[in-house]
Ligand binder design. Structure first.
Ligand SMILES: [Zn+2]
Length: 255
C-alpha cells in the first residue's frame, strides 16, 4: 500500500516511524510539502529513504502566498532536484483560511497558475488542495492553463456534479480514513472510478470515529482498503493492487 498524501515533515521521530511502517507493509508514501522550508525538509527525508518516499514540493494554499524570493528559490530547487521530485504539491486554493488571509482569491488563483506552469515545465503531476466551491475553480484553471498535466484532488469535498467533471477529465481522487465513518465521504467514494482511486491519510492530521485519539499514520490505510473492498464487493488484495498501480501510474513514472 502507498499513502498518496502525507506531511512527513510534520512528524517527530520520523525515521523510527518509517522503519515501523515499512515493517508493517507500507511500500511508499507521497510526501507533500507546505512551503519552501518544508520542500527542503521533504527532499532531505527523500535522500534518507529514497525508495520509500516520493517527494512533493509545493506551497500549501491555506498558508497564504509566499514571498516572491521564496517562490524563485523554490523554482531553482525544483530545477536542481528534478530527479528526486515526484510531484508539485501541495498546491491549490485556500478555503478554510481565505477570510483571514491578506490576499484576494484572485491573487491566490494567479499564484496557483504559476505553480501549475512549474509542474507543466517539469512534466510533473500536481497534488491539489481544492475543497468545496474552490474545487470547481481549480478544475477550470487546470483545464484552461495546463490541460495536459496529471493531477490528484486530495481529500476532495465538492458537489457531485463537480466530482463527476473531475473524474471524467481523468484526474485522480483519494479517500481518507473518514470514508470508514463519515457518510459524505462514503457517497464520494461511489463516484470515483476504480482506476482513478487513491488512498491517503493526510497525516498527521487527526481523525475521529475509530481513529479518535490515535496518531494518524499510513497504518490506517488497511482500514480504508477493508472498507472499500466491502463496499465494492471486491477481493481486498485485488483492490489494494489496483490502488497501488494507480498511485504508481500517477506519481511513480516521473522519478
Ligand atoms: Zn495535505
Amino acid at each position: 500500500m502507498i499513502d498518496a498524501h502525507i506531511h512527513l515533515d510534520q512528524y517527530e521521530n520520523i525515521e523510527m516511524k518509517i522503519n515501523s511502517w515499512q515493517k508493517a507493509g507500507i511500500k511508499k508514501v507521497i510526501a507533500v510539502s507546505y512551503d519552501l522550508a518544508s520542500s527542503y525538509k521533504t527532499l532531505e527525508l527523500k535522500e534518507k529513504f529514497p525508495d520509500f518516499i516520493l517527494a512533493g514540493a509545493g506551497f500549501h494554499p491555506e498558508k497564504g502566498l509566499p514571498k516572491e524570493s521564496d517562490f524563485q528559490e523554490w523554482q531553482r530547487l525544483i530545477r536542481q532536484e528534478r530527479n528526486n521530485i515526484a510531484c508539485i504539491g501541495e498546491i491549490g486554493l485556500p478555503h478554510y483560511e481565505l477570510e483571514k488571509l491578506p490576499h484576494s482569491l484572485e491573487s491566490h488563483m494567479d499564484f496557483f497558475k504559476r505553480c501549475l506552469h512549474t509542474a507543466e515545465e517539469h512534466s510533473l503531476p500536481a497534488a491539489l488542495h481544492a475543497v468545496y466551491d474552490k474545487a470547481a475553480i481549480v478544475y477550470e484553471i487546470l483545464q484552461q492553463e495546463t490541460p495536459d498535466i496529471a493531477a490528484h484532488f486530495h481529500w476532495l469535498k465538492a458537489q457531485m456534479e463537480v466530482v463527476r467533471q473531475i473524474t471524467a477529465a481523468g484526474y485522480y481522487v483519494s479517500l481518507t480514513p473518514e470514508v470508514c465513518y463519515r457518510e459524505r465521504d462514503q457517497v464520494l467514494a461511489t463516484f470515483i472510478p476504480m482506476e482513478q482511486l487513491l488512498m491517503e491519510t493526510d497525516g498527521p492530521w487527526p481523525f475521529k470515529g475509530p481513529f479518535e485519539g490515535k496518531e494518524t499514520t499510513p497504518l490506517f490505510l488497511p482500514d480504508i482498503a477493508a472498507f472499500l473492498a466491502k463496499e465494492r464487493k471486491m477481493n481486498i488484495h485485488t483492490l489494494k493492487e489496483q490502488i497501488l498501480h494507480n498511485t504508481m501510474r500517477l506519481y511513480g513514472s516521473n522519478i
